[in-house]
Design a protein around this ligand. Structure first.
Ligand SMILES: Nc1nc2c(ncn2[C@@H]2O[C@H](COP(=O)(O)OP(=O)(O)OP(=O)(O)O)[C@@H](O)[C@H]2O)c(=O)[nH]1
Length: 209
């Protein structure tokens, strides 16, 4: 028990064959460990997940970016970063209402999840902005993935609760690379500059740095 207390490894189960008070004590202790583990998982889920979309939240995305970048730099591999912003989203809210806007954000989150690989990370980075981290992807692979997502969003017809339908588009800024001196914030900044150019060029497009 002292070892569990020190290691905080609550997955441990204490084995006992006692049928007396000791057995009772062990079983109570195991039940308590199980409860701590479930609460631990719930807390960590709450701390890393965006509640509206179920995607990773900004903090978790930044941590993952740092981990992915460090790994890519250590192994000399590539990585891609994609910043997506919903076009004219204020108009969606103004025309159809905030709940409709929320539904669009949730739908886009589904599209992202359906289009990224198991080892990529899709996150909600801010209000109507999403970040996708593509592990081991070079520029061409990241742009291809971004283009697939852009096209999927553009062709989606959102069906609202009241029977109305709407369509929307996203602009995407892409950066790929993991230069030995690059920092996580520089990667985001470069993707953001590309995103800005995508908006300036007319939206509903992918631009890379
Ligand atoms: N429904 C909903 N709206 C949100 C949420 N977070 C941010 N927004 C809205 O997103 C809108 C963003 O608007 P802007 O930054 O003006 O950008 P935009 O209208 O998308 O225009 P462009 O980015 O230039 O294409 C604002 O109206 C915010 O209120 C959210 O969680 N739910």
């Amino acid at each position: 028990m002292r070892r569990i207390g020190l290691s905080k490894d609550y997955t441990t189960v204490l084995a006992t064959h006692h049928q007396d008070e000791f057995g009772e004590l062990y079983r109570g202790f195991n039940a308590m460990l199980q409860e701590i583990r479930v609460r631990d998982e719930k807390l960590s889920q709450l701390a890393t997940t965006d509640t509206l979309t179920g995607l990773a939240n900004r903090g978790h995305a930044l941590e993952s970016l740092q981990t992915m970048l460090t790994r890519a730099q250590r192994l000399g591999g590539a990585m891609g970063v994609m910043l997506l912003d919903v076009d004219h989203f204020k108009q969606v809210n103004d025309t159809y209402g905030h709940p409709a806007g929320d539904q669009v954000l949730r739908d886009i989150a589904h599209i992202l999840q359906a289009n990224v690989r198991a080892y990529d990370l899709a996150a909600r980075f801010g209000g109507e902005e999403f970040l996708v981290l593509c592990e081991g992807a070079d520029l061409s692979a990241t742009v291809d993935m971004a283009e697939r997502i852009r096209a999927a969003v553009a062709s989606r017809v959102y069906r609202l609760a009241g029977g109305q339908t709407l369509r929307t588009t996203v602009s995407v800024g892409v950066y790929a690379g993991a230069g030995s001196h690059a920092t996580a914030m520089q990667l985001i900044e470069l993707a953001d500059q590309a995103l800005y150019r995508a908006k300036q060029a007319g939206r509903n497009r992918v631009v890379h740095a």
